[in-house]
Design a protein around this ligand. Structure first.
Ligand SMILES: [Zn+2]
Length: 237
């Protein structure tokens, strides 16, 4: 019998690359059985640690999976991942962030789409300061279309909370509805292409209330999907 990784346990993980590696293995094992046993996993980790881990994940899984997707809605451009894989055509990258002319690290221009064989595999969508849910929701279908073009077999979701209104470091005005929408959409895409393989990472966020709102919104979507998948599985037995 395949082991099903418990979402609620993994939600408590903080950082720790060994726990994250174990979680990654669980995703692969748990999902291998069938689509209905697909269990998304939530991990909380600091942004730099997350980026290093993602690099490890992508390298470690490269032998088993062809296209990996990294989707980043943290307010900062995911430069650590982007530049590490800028020339790698198998890492599908999509990042919505505050325009680098106004915020660290200053990268992630729209015309940065990957280099060489990887050209076109990277999508950067910078938003002007003051942008909120309407701008996010308007941009999001481009992320969906980008992922659908490649059909990733494993999705890494960096759901930083620092794009929410009131973050002390940044200047966007999302509500947690943006995070909920992204999570719902990625769950759909994961079920369609990746047998449900989706790992979410907390990322940045510098107001505790915003962290709670954004990450709870993502986790709620995952738990809801897991619950409905479990019911489907139970009914089918
Ligand atoms: Zn950030």
């Amino acid at each position: 019998m395949k082991k099903t990784p418990p979402t609620f346990t993994l939600a408590g993980i903080v950082g720790g690359s060994s726990e994250a590696s174990a979680a990654r293995r669980d995703v692969l094992r748990g999902i291998a059985a069938s689509v209905v046993s697909a269990v998304p996993i939530m991990l909380m980790a600091g942004k730099l640690k997350t980026q290093r881990h993602i690099a490890k994940v992508t390298n470690a899984e490269r032998d088993k999976l062809k296209f990996l997707a990294y989707v980043d809605i943290d307010v900062h451009h995911g430069d650590g991942v982007f530049y590490a894989y800028e020339e790698d055509p198998d890492l599908v990258f999509a990042d919505i962030h505050e325009d680098g002319r106004y915020l660290y690290p200053g990268t992630g221009r729209e015309d940065e789409t990957g280099k060489g064989a990887a050209k076109g595999s990277k999508l950067n969508i910078p938003l002007k300061p003051g942008s909120g849910d309407p701008e996010f929701l308007e941009a999001w279908p481009r992320v969906e279309q980008h992922l659908a073009r490649f059909g990733p077999e494993f999705i890494l979701f960096q759901c930083g909370a620092d794009g929410l209104r009131g973050d002390p470091l940044a200047h966007l005005n999302y509500t947690s509805a943006a995070h909920a929408h992204a999570a719902q959409s990625l769950l759909d895409i994961a079920m369609r292409f990746s047998a449900g393989r989706l790992m979410a990472f907390g990322g940045g966020g510098y107001g505790r209330n915003n962290l709670a709102r954004a990450w709870s919104a993502v986790l709620d979507e995952m738990v809801a999907r897991k619950t409905s998948a479990s019911k489907t599985q139970t009914n089918a037995q």
